[in-house]
Design a protein around this ligand. Structure first.
Ligand SMILES: NCc1[nH]cc(CCC(=O)O)c1CC(=O)O
Length: 330
Protein backbone atom coordinates (compact mmCIF):
# COMPACT_ATOMS: atom_id res chain seq x y z
CA UNK A 1 0.00 0.00 0.00
CA UNK A 2 1.41 3.35 -0.93
CA UNK A 3 0.98 6.01 1.66
CA UNK A 4 0.13 9.44 0.48
CA UNK A 5 1.10 12.24 2.78
CA UNK A 6 -1.81 14.63 3.12
CA UNK A 7 -3.24 16.59 5.96
CA UNK A 8 -2.30 19.61 7.94
CA UNK A 9 1.46 19.18 7.75
CA UNK A 10 2.01 19.07 4.04
CA UNK A 11 0.35 18.36 0.73
CA UNK A 12 -3.24 19.22 -0.02
CA UNK A 13 -5.72 20.34 2.62
CA UNK A 14 -8.59 17.86 2.82
CA UNK A 15 -12.06 19.41 2.58
CA UNK A 16 -14.86 17.10 3.72
CA UNK A 17 -18.06 17.53 1.75
CA UNK A 18 -21.42 15.91 1.31
CA UNK A 19 -22.10 14.47 -2.10
CA UNK A 20 -25.19 16.50 -3.00
CA UNK A 21 -24.96 18.90 -5.89
CA UNK A 22 -25.47 21.85 -3.52
CA UNK A 23 -22.78 20.68 -1.10
CA UNK A 24 -20.34 19.99 -3.94
CA UNK A 25 -21.00 23.43 -5.42
CA UNK A 26 -20.43 25.30 -2.17
CA UNK A 27 -17.41 23.16 -1.25
CA UNK A 28 -15.91 23.80 -4.69
CA UNK A 29 -16.29 27.57 -4.25
CA UNK A 30 -14.73 27.52 -0.81
CA UNK A 31 -11.95 25.18 -1.96
CA UNK A 32 -10.88 27.80 -4.51
CA UNK A 33 -10.97 30.59 -1.95
CA UNK A 34 -9.03 28.53 0.60
CA UNK A 35 -6.29 27.63 -1.84
CA UNK A 36 -6.06 31.31 -2.75
CA UNK A 37 -5.53 32.41 0.87
CA UNK A 38 -3.36 29.47 2.01
CA UNK A 39 -1.36 28.88 -1.15
CA UNK A 40 -2.10 25.15 -0.80
CA UNK A 41 -4.14 22.84 -2.96
CA UNK A 42 -7.42 21.52 -1.60
CA UNK A 43 -8.67 17.99 -2.10
CA UNK A 44 -12.39 17.13 -1.73
CA UNK A 45 -13.21 14.12 0.46
CA UNK A 46 -16.81 12.90 0.06
CA UNK A 47 -18.72 11.99 3.20
CA UNK A 48 -22.28 10.68 3.56
CA UNK A 49 -24.38 12.13 6.38
CA UNK A 50 -27.53 10.80 8.03
CA UNK A 51 -29.48 13.67 6.49
CA UNK A 52 -28.52 12.38 3.02
CA UNK A 53 -29.60 8.77 3.49
CA UNK A 54 -32.71 9.11 5.63
CA UNK A 55 -36.04 9.22 3.85
CA UNK A 56 -37.82 10.43 6.94
CA UNK A 57 -39.28 13.86 7.14
CA UNK A 58 -36.61 16.15 8.57
CA UNK A 59 -38.95 17.38 11.28
CA UNK A 60 -39.46 13.75 12.32
CA UNK A 61 -35.79 12.85 12.38
CA UNK A 62 -35.69 15.78 14.73
CA UNK A 63 -32.55 16.83 16.42
CA UNK A 64 -30.36 19.41 14.87
CA UNK A 65 -27.33 18.79 12.78
CA UNK A 66 -28.37 15.77 10.69
CA UNK A 67 -26.25 17.12 7.85
CA UNK A 68 -23.24 18.08 9.90
CA UNK A 69 -22.57 15.28 12.36
CA UNK A 70 -20.70 12.97 9.98
CA UNK A 71 -18.51 15.83 8.75
CA UNK A 72 -17.69 16.80 12.33
CA UNK A 73 -16.80 13.23 13.22
CA UNK A 74 -14.44 13.06 10.24
CA UNK A 75 -12.82 16.32 11.40
CA UNK A 76 -12.30 15.01 14.92
CA UNK A 77 -10.88 11.71 13.61
CA UNK A 78 -8.39 13.72 11.55
CA UNK A 79 -9.68 12.35 8.23
CA UNK A 80 -10.33 15.83 6.90
CA UNK A 81 -8.89 19.25 7.76
CA UNK A 82 -11.95 21.43 7.29
CA UNK A 83 -15.59 21.30 6.26
CA UNK A 84 -18.09 23.67 4.69
CA UNK A 85 -21.64 23.76 6.01
CA UNK A 86 -24.73 25.73 5.13
CA UNK A 87 -24.80 27.87 8.24
CA UNK A 88 -28.52 27.40 8.69
CA UNK A 89 -27.97 23.64 9.09
CA UNK A 90 -25.54 24.11 12.02
CA UNK A 91 -26.83 23.53 15.55
CA UNK A 92 -26.65 26.70 17.64
CA UNK A 93 -24.15 25.27 20.13
CA UNK A 94 -20.58 25.16 18.88
CA UNK A 95 -18.54 22.16 20.14
CA UNK A 96 -15.41 23.24 22.07
CA UNK A 97 -13.07 21.10 19.98
CA UNK A 98 -14.20 22.64 16.67
CA UNK A 99 -13.75 26.20 15.46
CA UNK A 100 -16.08 28.21 13.24
CA UNK A 101 -13.02 29.52 11.45
CA UNK A 102 -14.79 31.68 8.86
CA UNK A 103 -18.22 32.92 7.86
CA UNK A 104 -17.78 34.31 4.35
CA UNK A 105 -19.90 37.14 2.92
CA UNK A 106 -23.52 36.04 2.82
CA UNK A 107 -25.31 35.82 -0.48
CA UNK A 108 -29.05 36.27 -1.05
CA UNK A 109 -30.77 35.28 2.20
CA UNK A 110 -34.29 35.20 0.73
CA UNK A 111 -36.61 32.33 -0.01
CA UNK A 112 -37.94 32.00 -3.51
CA UNK A 113 -41.00 30.57 -5.19
CA UNK A 114 -40.67 28.12 -8.06
CA UNK A 115 -44.19 27.80 -9.46
CA UNK A 116 -45.78 26.31 -12.56
CA UNK A 117 -46.50 28.59 -15.49
CA UNK A 118 -44.36 31.42 -14.12
CA UNK A 119 -46.87 32.16 -11.36
CA UNK A 120 -46.11 34.51 -8.48
CA UNK A 121 -47.41 33.67 -5.01
CA UNK A 122 -50.38 36.07 -5.16
CA UNK A 123 -51.40 34.55 -8.51
CA UNK A 124 -51.71 30.98 -7.19
CA UNK A 125 -55.24 29.64 -7.60
CA UNK A 126 -57.41 28.67 -4.63
CA UNK A 127 -56.37 25.33 -3.23
CA UNK A 128 -52.90 25.55 -4.75
CA UNK A 129 -50.53 22.93 -3.37
CA UNK A 130 -47.30 24.52 -2.18
CA UNK A 131 -44.45 22.23 -1.16
CA UNK A 132 -41.86 22.87 1.53
CA UNK A 133 -40.22 20.82 4.24
CA UNK A 134 -39.95 23.75 6.57
CA UNK A 135 -42.45 24.61 9.32
CA UNK A 136 -41.05 28.17 9.23
CA UNK A 137 -42.03 28.54 5.58
CA UNK A 138 -45.42 26.89 6.12
CA UNK A 139 -46.26 29.21 9.03
CA UNK A 140 -45.40 32.35 7.11
CA UNK A 141 -46.91 31.29 3.77
CA UNK A 142 -50.14 30.25 5.49
CA UNK A 143 -50.22 33.52 7.44
CA UNK A 144 -49.75 35.51 4.25
CA UNK A 145 -52.47 33.53 2.48
CA UNK A 146 -54.93 34.03 5.37
CA UNK A 147 -54.20 37.73 5.39
CA UNK A 148 -54.80 38.04 1.65
CA UNK A 149 -57.92 35.89 1.41
CA UNK A 150 -56.16 33.06 -0.40
CA UNK A 151 -56.53 29.38 0.37
CA UNK A 152 -53.44 27.30 -0.16
CA UNK A 153 -52.43 23.86 0.98
CA UNK A 154 -48.88 23.55 2.26
CA UNK A 155 -47.48 20.10 1.55
CA UNK A 156 -44.52 18.62 3.46
CA UNK A 157 -41.79 17.54 1.08
CA UNK A 158 -38.10 16.90 1.30
CA UNK A 159 -35.28 15.85 -0.96
CA UNK A 160 -32.57 17.77 -2.71
CA UNK A 161 -33.17 20.92 -4.71
CA UNK A 162 -33.58 19.10 -8.04
CA UNK A 163 -36.10 16.67 -6.51
CA UNK A 164 -38.14 19.50 -5.06
CA UNK A 165 -38.25 21.45 -8.32
CA UNK A 166 -39.21 18.16 -9.98
CA UNK A 167 -42.50 18.09 -8.05
CA UNK A 168 -43.54 21.25 -9.90
CA UNK A 169 -42.27 20.12 -13.29
CA UNK A 170 -44.05 16.78 -12.78
CA UNK A 171 -47.34 18.48 -11.90
CA UNK A 172 -47.66 17.03 -8.36
CA UNK A 173 -47.40 20.49 -6.84
CA UNK A 174 -48.25 23.99 -8.03
CA UNK A 175 -45.18 25.49 -6.41
CA UNK A 176 -42.29 24.87 -4.05
CA UNK A 177 -40.42 27.31 -1.84
CA UNK A 178 -36.63 27.07 -1.60
CA UNK A 179 -33.65 29.14 -0.52
CA UNK A 180 -32.37 31.53 -3.20
CA UNK A 181 -28.79 30.77 -2.18
CA UNK A 182 -29.15 27.08 -2.88
CA UNK A 183 -30.50 27.69 -6.38
CA UNK A 184 -27.80 30.27 -7.08
CA UNK A 185 -25.07 27.90 -6.03
CA UNK A 186 -26.20 25.12 -8.34
CA UNK A 187 -26.91 27.53 -11.20
CA UNK A 188 -30.70 27.13 -11.29
CA UNK A 189 -31.76 30.69 -10.46
CA UNK A 190 -33.64 30.82 -13.76
CA UNK A 191 -36.26 28.48 -12.24
CA UNK A 192 -37.35 31.21 -9.80
CA UNK A 193 -40.77 32.70 -10.47
CA UNK A 194 -40.68 35.10 -7.49
CA UNK A 195 -38.08 36.24 -4.97
CA UNK A 196 -40.15 36.37 -1.80
CA UNK A 197 -39.74 39.61 0.12
CA UNK A 198 -38.40 39.12 3.64
CA UNK A 199 -41.48 41.02 4.84
CA UNK A 200 -43.50 38.08 3.56
CA UNK A 201 -41.19 35.22 4.54
CA UNK A 202 -38.34 35.83 6.94
CA UNK A 203 -35.54 33.38 6.13
CA UNK A 204 -34.07 30.80 8.50
CA UNK A 205 -31.37 32.04 10.87
CA UNK A 206 -28.10 31.92 8.93
CA UNK A 207 -29.74 31.25 5.58
CA UNK A 208 -27.56 32.10 2.60
CA UNK A 209 -24.37 32.03 4.68
CA UNK A 210 -21.68 29.35 4.76
CA UNK A 211 -19.65 28.17 7.72
CA UNK A 212 -16.07 26.96 7.41
CA UNK A 213 -15.23 24.69 10.31
CA UNK A 214 -11.99 23.07 11.40
CA UNK A 215 -10.41 21.60 14.53
CA UNK A 216 -9.95 24.16 17.29
CA UNK A 217 -6.22 24.33 17.47
CA UNK A 218 -5.02 21.25 19.36
CA UNK A 219 -1.83 21.26 17.33
CA UNK A 220 0.31 23.95 15.78
CA UNK A 221 -1.01 22.95 12.35
CA UNK A 222 -4.62 23.28 13.51
CA UNK A 223 -3.91 26.70 14.96
CA UNK A 224 -2.22 27.80 11.74
CA UNK A 225 -5.21 26.64 9.70
CA UNK A 226 -7.70 28.47 11.94
CA UNK A 227 -5.63 31.63 11.44
CA UNK A 228 -5.35 31.17 7.67
CA UNK A 229 -9.07 30.51 7.20
CA UNK A 230 -9.89 33.69 9.12
CA UNK A 231 -8.94 35.59 5.94
CA UNK A 232 -12.26 34.41 4.47
CA UNK A 233 -14.35 35.72 7.35
CA UNK A 234 -16.74 38.62 6.83
CA UNK A 235 -17.27 40.37 10.19
CA UNK A 236 -20.67 41.84 9.26
CA UNK A 237 -22.06 38.50 8.10
CA UNK A 238 -20.65 36.88 11.22
CA UNK A 239 -22.27 39.47 13.50
CA UNK A 240 -25.59 39.11 11.67
CA UNK A 241 -25.73 35.32 11.77
CA UNK A 242 -24.52 35.31 15.40
CA UNK A 243 -27.44 37.56 16.35
CA UNK A 244 -29.88 35.42 14.33
CA UNK A 245 -28.66 32.19 15.89
CA UNK A 246 -28.66 33.72 19.36
CA UNK A 247 -32.34 34.56 18.83
CA UNK A 248 -33.00 30.97 17.77
CA UNK A 249 -31.08 29.54 20.73
CA UNK A 250 -32.87 31.82 23.18
CA UNK A 251 -36.22 30.76 21.81
CA UNK A 252 -34.97 27.27 22.61
CA UNK A 253 -36.12 26.00 19.30
CA UNK A 254 -34.86 23.00 17.41
CA UNK A 255 -33.93 23.42 13.77
CA UNK A 256 -37.36 22.35 12.61
CA UNK A 257 -39.23 24.89 14.69
CA UNK A 258 -40.88 27.69 12.76
CA UNK A 259 -38.40 30.46 13.57
CA UNK A 260 -37.32 33.02 11.00
CA UNK A 261 -34.63 35.61 11.66
CA UNK A 262 -32.67 38.12 9.65
CA UNK A 263 -30.16 40.75 10.72
CA UNK A 264 -29.10 43.50 8.35
CA UNK A 265 -27.44 46.88 8.44
CA UNK A 266 -29.44 50.09 8.44
CA UNK A 267 -27.62 52.86 6.62
CA UNK A 268 -28.20 56.55 6.16
CA UNK A 269 -26.77 57.11 2.72
CA UNK A 270 -23.29 55.63 2.84
CA UNK A 271 -23.07 55.70 6.62
CA UNK A 272 -23.96 52.51 8.42
CA UNK A 273 -26.01 53.38 11.47
CA UNK A 274 -27.27 50.27 13.15
CA UNK A 275 -27.96 46.59 12.90
CA UNK A 276 -31.59 45.55 12.73
CA UNK A 277 -32.67 42.09 13.78
CA UNK A 278 -36.08 40.79 12.72
CA UNK A 279 -37.60 37.61 14.10
CA UNK A 280 -40.76 35.59 13.59
CA UNK A 281 -42.28 32.51 15.13
CA UNK A 282 -45.70 31.12 14.45
CA UNK A 283 -48.04 28.21 14.27
CA UNK A 284 -47.69 26.07 11.17
CA UNK A 285 -51.20 26.93 10.00
CA UNK A 286 -50.30 30.61 10.06
CA UNK A 287 -53.17 31.53 12.36
CA UNK A 288 -50.81 33.26 14.80
CA UNK A 289 -47.44 34.87 14.23
CA UNK A 290 -45.24 36.77 16.65
CA UNK A 291 -43.09 39.05 14.52
CA UNK A 292 -40.83 41.67 16.08
CA UNK A 293 -37.72 43.60 15.29
CA UNK A 294 -35.10 45.48 17.23
CA UNK A 295 -32.18 47.68 16.31
CA UNK A 296 -28.92 48.43 18.05
CA UNK A 297 -25.35 49.50 17.42
CA UNK A 298 -23.58 47.23 14.92
CA UNK A 299 -22.13 44.49 17.17
CA UNK A 300 -18.35 44.55 17.34
CA UNK A 301 -17.93 41.50 19.52
CA UNK A 302 -19.47 38.05 19.74
CA UNK A 303 -21.05 38.97 23.07
CA UNK A 304 -22.72 42.07 21.61
CA UNK A 305 -24.17 40.07 18.71
CA UNK A 306 -25.42 37.40 21.13
CA UNK A 307 -27.03 40.11 23.28
CA UNK A 308 -28.96 41.50 20.31
CA UNK A 309 -30.50 38.08 19.67
CA UNK A 310 -31.24 37.47 23.34
CA UNK A 311 -32.98 40.83 23.70
CA UNK A 312 -35.29 40.21 20.76
CA UNK A 313 -36.01 36.67 21.98
CA UNK A 314 -37.02 38.05 25.39
CA UNK A 315 -39.45 40.46 23.72
CA UNK A 316 -40.86 37.69 21.54
CA UNK A 317 -41.26 35.36 24.52
CA UNK A 318 -43.06 38.16 26.38
CA UNK A 319 -45.48 38.29 23.44
CA UNK A 320 -46.21 34.58 23.74
CA UNK A 321 -43.68 33.08 21.32
CA UNK A 322 -43.07 29.97 23.43
CA UNK A 323 -46.68 28.91 23.24
CA UNK A 324 -46.57 28.93 19.45
CA UNK A 325 -43.69 26.57 18.97
CA UNK A 326 -45.63 23.47 19.87
CA UNK A 327 -44.00 20.26 20.91
CA UNK A 328 -40.23 20.21 20.87
CA UNK A 329 -38.71 17.70 18.51
CA UNK A 330 -35.91 16.58 20.82
N1 LIG B 1 -32.48 22.82 4.47
C1 LIG B 1 -31.51 22.39 3.51
C2 LIG B 1 -30.71 23.54 3.00
N2 LIG B 1 -29.65 23.96 3.69
C3 LIG B 1 -29.14 25.05 3.02
C4 LIG B 1 -29.92 25.30 1.91
C5 LIG B 1 -29.75 26.37 0.93
C6 LIG B 1 -28.56 27.25 1.05
C7 LIG B 1 -28.54 28.17 2.24
O1 LIG B 1 -29.57 28.56 2.82
O2 LIG B 1 -27.42 28.56 2.61
C8 LIG B 1 -30.91 24.33 1.86
C9 LIG B 1 -31.94 24.18 0.83
C10 LIG B 1 -33.17 25.02 1.01
O3 LIG B 1 -33.57 25.37 2.13
O4 LIG B 1 -33.82 25.33 -0.01
Amino acid sequence: MTERRTGPESGPLRLGTRRSKLAMAQSGQVANAVSRVTGRSVELVEITTYGDVSRENLAQIGGTGVFVTALREALLRGEIDFAVHSLKDLPTTQPDDLALAAVPVREDARDVLVARDGLKFAELPDGARVGTGSLRRMAQLNAYARCHGMTIETVAIRGNVDTRIGYVRGGELDAVVLAAAGLNRIGRTDEVTEFLSVDMVLPAPGQGALAIECRAGHTAQDTALVAALAALDDPVTRAAVTAERSLLASLEAGCSAPVGALADLLADGQIVKEMRLRGVVGTTDGSTLVQLSTTGPVPETYDQAMALGRELAAEMLAKGAAGLMGERVH
